[in-house]
Structure formats: structure tokens, C-alpha cells
Design a protein around this ligand. Structure first.
Ligand code: CA
Length: 227
């Protein structure tokens, strides 16, 4: 999952980046309305964590612009937004929810609760009610980042898990290599040009050849289970 954090308190921002990064998510930081808007215009994000009091204005302005964006291109108007507010900002929370925010937390928040809310938003945004994902002989738990194959645990690296989850969330659609990379890597992470191929190779070795298919010249996909 690729996350944009919009927060001008450096301590909170870097703390979020560290905590969410440990969960295998790619986290980019911006600290103003304008830098957040620029980021949303050039990169696809799966979720936005939005602070309201930013150094150049009200974070709600990012939300307002995002929800008014035209469909079919960046910025993606349907991107889930989770607002981070102070405990006494009740009116601002109501305004943001009515403006199209999907959820909120009040500061100070528990990072594990925030992560669980983010997983819940992600489930909803990809149209999935069940917390566990099943594909053939596999059972995937995004919360514990664990995978079982025929009931037996399989060890995956954080990146391998990220590739698998990205493909499962859009199953059976095809993701190109750049689309997978955009979900896995934030701006500050250099990546090898063949990193995705290497992860897919390892995933096939651990999970079997039939889970992740290649559509030559286009990308990768996980087919639907046969009825
Ligand atoms: Ca702030």
C-alpha cells in the first residue's frame, strides 16, 4: 500500500513513516497543502493521512480539491482519506467527514489502531468485506502479514508480501511493473530495475507456479479460482 502522509509536525510525520514502514507500506511525507496536492497529481496513492493545521493553510483544502477532481486520471478523486485532528476539533471533523473524508483519528493516537483503521479503509476501497483473502490453496491475512499454503505458514519478505497483496487486491486485473513499483516504493527508496521480477520469481518458488501469472509485455495477475 502506498500512503501519502500530509503532516507539518516533523516528529509525528517521521514517527508515522517509521511505524507504517515497518508494516511494509511505502510512505511519502509532505508538509503543506501545495506539496500534498502536487504529490497527488503525479503519483497514485492508496490512502492519504491528512493533518488539518498545515503551515500554508487548512488540510481540508486538499480534501476539497481531491473530491472535486475529474474522474479517470490523477489525482484520483476516490482515494481514501483519513483525517488526523486534535481532540477538540469536533466541528472540523464533521466538516471533513461531510466533505468526503472516510475516517479520522484524534491526536494523540495509537499507531496500531491507526494501522488497523487504514487496513479497514483499504478493504472497503477495494470492495472487500472479509479480513482474510483466499486464492487457491492460499490464505492471506493482511493484518498479521501472514500467508498459509494448504494451512502451512509460508515465510515472505515484506516486499514479496507487498507484491502479492497488490495483485490480490485488484484480482484478476493485470498490474504492470510500474504500477506494482508505485505501490511498493516511496520516493526516497532507490529500486533495481528488475526488483519486481525478482520478487515474483521468489513468490512463485514459495507459493507454486500457478498463483501469479504473466501476461507477456503487459504485467502480472492472479487469476480467479475455478468454480
Ligand atoms: Ca499540524
Amino acid at each position: 500500500m502506498r500512503v501519502l502522509v500530509v503532516e507539518d509536525d516533523e516528529g509525528i510525520a517521521t514517527g508515522l513513516q517509521a511505524h507504517l514502514g515497518q508494516l511494509g507500506w511505502a510512505v511519502d511525507l509532505t508538509d503543506s497543502v501545495e506539496s500534498a496536492w502536487t504529490a497527488l497529481c503525479v503519483e497514485p496513492f492508496d490512502l492519504v493521512l491528512l493533518d488539518l493545521g498545515l503551515r500554508d493553510g487548512d488540510g481540508a483544502e486538499v480534501l476539497r480539491r481531491l473530491r472535486r477532481a475529474p474522474a479517470g486520471r490523477l489525482p484520483d478523486a476516490s482515494t481514501p482519506v483519513l483525517v488526523m485532528t486534535a481532540r477538540d476539533q469536533v466541528a472540523a471533523r464533521i466538516e471533513c467527514l461531510d466533505m468526503g473524508a472516510d475516517d479520522y483519528v484524534t491526536k494523540p493516537f495509537d499507531p496500531d489502531e491507526l494501522a488497523a483503521r487504514m487496513r479497514a479503509l483499504r478493504r472497503r476501497s477495494v470492495g472487500r468485506a472479509q479480513p482474510l483473502i483466499h486464492a487457491g490453496a492460499l490464505e492471506i491475512d493482511p493484518a498479521s502479514r501472514s500467508v498459509r499454503r494448504d494451512g502451512q505458514p509460508v515465510e515472505l519478505s515484506a516486499r514479496e508480501f507487498g507484491v502479492l497483496l497488490a495483485l490480490l487486491e485488484v484480482r484478476p486485473r493485470v498490474l504492470s511493473r510500474p504500477q506494482i513499483e508505485a505501490r511498493l516504493y516511496s520516493w526516497d527508496k532507490a529500486l533495481d530495475s528488475n526488483a519486481v521480477e525478482v520478487h515474483v520469481h521468489h513468490l512463485r518458488r514459495k507459493l507454486g507456479d500457478t498463483v501469479i501469472r504473466t501476461l507477456r509485455g503487459v504485467g502480472y495477475f492472479v487469476p480467479e479460482d475455478k468454480a
